[in-house]
Design a protein around this ligand. Structure first.
Ligand code: C5P
Length: 400
């Protein structure tokens, strides 16, 4: 049976692009059913959308005929993916707060399927603290996002972040979320980025990790069908559609978020966790004259070792990263033994790796070592995801 998308068209000027999205999804063999909000109907007509999907468009929660015909609960469930495009500030606010005062909002509350949102709004509305709060809440609820992009707005002369992603991009994100990859049904945790260890409300200890490799691994696992929770320290990166991101600052928060995400099948610990934190965090900014001459440090928990050594809920496959400059394989093997993990991806950090787009790694398992050629972090991620799929996915036999 072909995959089914329930497309909710919100009331943004970008609604006209959603008609093109319907066409592109259908070209990819996906069947589409449409819900339109009242506001959307000012911009495109149900007749136009209905002609493209070849069936009626659903618009009313309280229309007896529509409710008896399909009903909002069936609409919410009889699909493989719910897509909101354009996702207006209003629809995001409703979904973030669990409101259900119209058909679109009720469907979003009732669905048990993955939800992809393609926001579109004026840059000021997007940047508004309320919208950003809602975005954070929706991400934490596991909602996937594509866009918004930077560019010209419908309002004359306005530019900025807020344009809806193009129909092709939204279609690609849909196809990723609809894919039946070898890791479908598997759960993964990935940690990424630096941790930030507060000294007082304005000062902290941290490191230069960009988070790129971890984000790429989260995306690659998700593309193979895994449900991925990315536990991320502060970065400037945006997360791939379908990946649930939990933002943390300190190592202790990162550990708590990882433990909260268990049980999972695979854990990939890519974060550059600070080994030490200030022993005391001052509640108020430390004044110049009051600062001690040295900062006392306390060792942070080792997240990789903690997950590896769990007796209950230990992930079937725990993978660590190791930055090495010499004796890469021997040092990595020692690290596997010390931390109790299954595999180590050893970076050779003698060149430029931190923050760069390329990586040179060696994958070390308990009984093998493969040196991969220098390649992009995206490719490293895809190759690693393929190895993970071979080990724990689908019908393949487990390798450790
Ligand atoms: O001991 P080292 O820092 O070299 O180990 C690196 C690996 O351990 C990485 O996978 C990193 O994410 C993980 N790690 C951790 N918690 C720490 C320190 C490192 O999960 N406190």
């Amino acid at each position: 049976m072909s995959k089914r998308v329930l497309l909710i068209i919100g009331g943004g000027i970008a609604a006209y692009k959603s008609l093109d999205l319907i066409r592109r999804l259908k070209e990819s063999g996906v069947s589409v059913r449409v819900v339109m909000t009242k506001a959307a109907q000012h911009l495109v007509t149900p007749l136009a959308a209905g002609a493209l999907v070849g069936e009626r468009v659903f618009t009313d929660l309280f229309d007896q005929a529509q409710e008896f015909d399909v009903g909002h609960i069936r609409l919410a469930r009889e699909c493989d993916l719910v897509v909101v495009a354009p996702a207006t500030a209003d629809l995001m606010a409703k979904a973030a707060n669990g409101l259900a005062d119209d058909l679109a909002a009720a469907v979003l509350l009732a669905t048990d399927k993955p939800v992809l949102m393609a926001p579109a709004m004026n840059p000021h509305m997007w940047a508004n603290a309320a919208t950003q709060r809602n975005l954070k809440a929706l991400r934490a609820d596991g909602r996937a996002f594509v866009g918004p992009n930077e560019g010209e707005m419908a309002e004359r002369g306005e530019r900025g972040l807020g344009r809806m992603a193009e129909p092709e991009e939204i279609r690609d994100a849909c196809l990723t979320l609809l894919s039946d990859g070898p890791l479908k049904g598997k759960n993964a945790i990935v940690t990424a980025g630096p941790t930030l260890e507060a000294l007082d409300p304005v000062r902290f200890l941290s490191n230069r990790s960009s988070g790129k490799q971890g984000y790429a691994i989260a995306a690659a696992l998700s593309q193979l069908g895994a449900s991925v929770t990315l536990v991320s320290g502060p970065t400037n990166l945006s997360v791939s559609p379908g990946v649930k991101r939990i933002d943390v600052e300190s190592a202790r928060d990162m550990l708590a978020a990882c433990e909260g995400a268990l049980p999972v099948d695979v854990a990939v610990m890519v974060a550059a966790v600070a080994d030490w934190r200030p022993s005391k965090t001052a509640k108020k900014k430390i004044k110049k004259g009051e600062a001690a001459e040295s900062i006392e440090l306390t060792e942070n928990p080792d997240i990789l070792a903690t997950l590896s050594k769990k007796t209950k809920k230990r992930p079937a496959l725990v993978i660590g990263f190791a930055a090495e400059t010499d004796n890469v394989e021997a040092n990595a093997r020692a690290k596997i033994a010390r931390k109790g993990c299954d595999w180590i991806v050893a970076n050779d950090v003698s060149g430029e790796v931190m923050g760069g787009d390329d990586n040179q790694v060696m994958l070390i398992t308990r009984d093998s070592a493969q040196l991969w050629p220098r390649m992009s972090k995206d490719l490293v991620a895809q190759k690693l995801a393929a190895e993970i799929a071979a080990a724990i996915g689908g019908k393949a036999t487990r390798r450790k």
